[in-house]
Each structure stands twice: as structure tokens, then as C-alpha cells.
Design a protein around this ligand. Structure first.
Ligand code: C5P
Length: 221
């Protein structure tokens, strides 16, 4: 079973994906990591993230182990890292170079320890539209920018990352503008939309579980 969860930053995709992966024993692919990895390569190499030729080169050479290694760097999930990820993600050849790596995972999904899984859950922006258009179930999770910025800000505080709410809000809005300029980031036609502005993660999780279990019942028939 392949499930995709797309939507803007800090809408609750990762939390929902983690809970579903746990409950249904699915491997999890946070596809934002491939863009964060290329963005961080640009930062570490001293390049402008918008430098298309260099970013494409890093994207073509990115491997899973290198991505995991880069994810240990504190810049990876910082505001600077997010901004660089969003900038490299706007470069079409970078997206093309990273597509195969994301698609291969659905053919042979694996857990973090390398053991194989019966299915995968993806989270990102275009996983239901481009990466896995054949997915069994597609969710699109969204929330108001102010709600998402508040969540991200609290997350940074918890992790001890210095930040400022106003700056996080401005960056959330700027990243939305950048990410949603691409039609592929808009919900797939067959996506089920959840707005987490006024729904708790538990409520969204319960709704998603019901949809998955109904789907599984149709397979048994
Ligand atoms: O989800 P996350 O915030 O980690 O993603 C970082 C950036 O990577 C996003 O702002 C977006 O520009 C890009 N991205 C993308 N397509 C995906 C996942 C992430 O363009 N499937």
C-alpha cells in the first residue's frame, strides 16, 4: 500500500505520516529531505542555492546515505536550511534529478534499519501528483499560515534553535509562495483534504485511519 501526504510546511504532515507509518507498519519517506540535502550541499560548498547548474550536479550525485549524513547537521532543519531547500526545489532539473530516487522507494520500501516493508508512506509537496500518482490513498494536509508558523516556532524553541515568531511567519508565507507557484504542489484531484487549523492531530489521525481501513476492506472483497 502506498499513501501520500502532501501540503504546506508545518501543516502536520510529518506527525500524521509518522503515526500512520507506525500503526500500519509502513516505511516512511520524508521527501523534503532530498531538497534539504541539496540545499545544504549548496550552503556547505559556499554556493548560492539558486545556482541551477551546481544544484543540479549535487542533485544528480545525491545518495540515500549522504542524505542521512547531511540530515545530522543542525542547519538541515533550520530556517536557513529550509530557505535553501525551497530555492533548489524551484529548479526544474533538480526536481527531475531527484525524482527517480523518490520513486524507487515505492518499488522497494525499506524501514530505517534496512529491512523491507510491505508499503510506504510519503510526505512532501508533490508526492500524490508527481512522485506516486498511482498511490492507493492521497491526503492533503493544510492549515492557516499563522497556525503553521506558531507550530514551527514552538518546535524551534523546543529544539533550542534560536528564532523569532515574526521571522518564522514571514518565511512560512514566502516558502508557500515559492512552493505553490508549482501546480504539482496543489492537491491531486483524488486527494482527501484535511485542514488542521481547527482539528487536532488526533482527530486527523482518526479520520485518516477510518479512510485507510475502509480502503483495506474494499481490497478484501
Ligand atoms: O517538507 P519540508 O519543509 O522539509 O520541505 C523542504 C522544501 O523542499 C519545501 O519548502 C519545498 O520547497 C521542497 N519540497 C518539494 N517537494 C517535495 C518535498 C519538499 O518541493 N515533495
Amino acid at each position: 500500500m502506498i499513501i501520500t501526504i502532501d501540503g504546506p510546511a508545518a501543516a502536520g504532515k510529518g506527525t500524521l505520516a509518522g503515526k500512520l507509518a507506525n500503526k500500519y507498519n509502513l516505511a516512511y519517506f520524508d521527501t523534503g529531505m532530498v531538497y534539504r540535502a541539496v540545499g545544504l550541499e549548496m550552503i556547505l560548498g559556499g554556493y548560492e542555492p539558486s545556482d541551477a547548474a551546481i544544484a543540479e550536479d549535487f542533485a544528480k550525485n545525491l545518495t540515500f546515505p549522504r542524505m542521512i549524513e547531511l540530515s545530522q547537521n543542525p542547519i538541515f532543519r533550520s530556517l536557513e536550511g529550509s530557505k535553501a531547500a525551497s530555492a533548489v526545489a524551484a529548479i526544474i532539473p533538480v526536481r527531475e534529478a531527484l525524482l527517480q530516487m523518490q520513486q524507487n522507494f515505492s518499488k522497494r520500501p525499506v524501514f530505517a534499519d534496512g529491512t523491507s516493508a510491505k508499503g510506504a508512506i510519503y510526505d512532501g509537496r508533490d508526492t500524490g501528483t508527481v512522485v506516486c500518482p498511482q498511490a492507493d490513498i492521497k491526503f492533503f494536509v493544510t492549515a492557516l499560515p499563522e497556525v503553521r508558523a506558531e507550530r514551527r516556532y514552538k518546535e524551534y524553541l523546543q529544539k533550542g534553535i534560536a528564532s523569532d515568531y515574526q521571522e518564522v511567519l514571514e518565511q512560512t508565507i514566502a516558502r508557500d509562495k515559492n512552493d505553490f507557484a508549482r501546480p504539482s504542489s496543489h492537491p491531486a484531484k483524488d486527494a482527501i483534504i484535511f485542514d488542521t487549523s481547527y482539528l487536532s492531530i488526533e482527530e486527523v489521525f482518526a479520520k485518516a485511519c477510518k479512510i485507510i481501513e475502509n480502503y483495506q476492506k474494499t481490497l478484501e472483497k
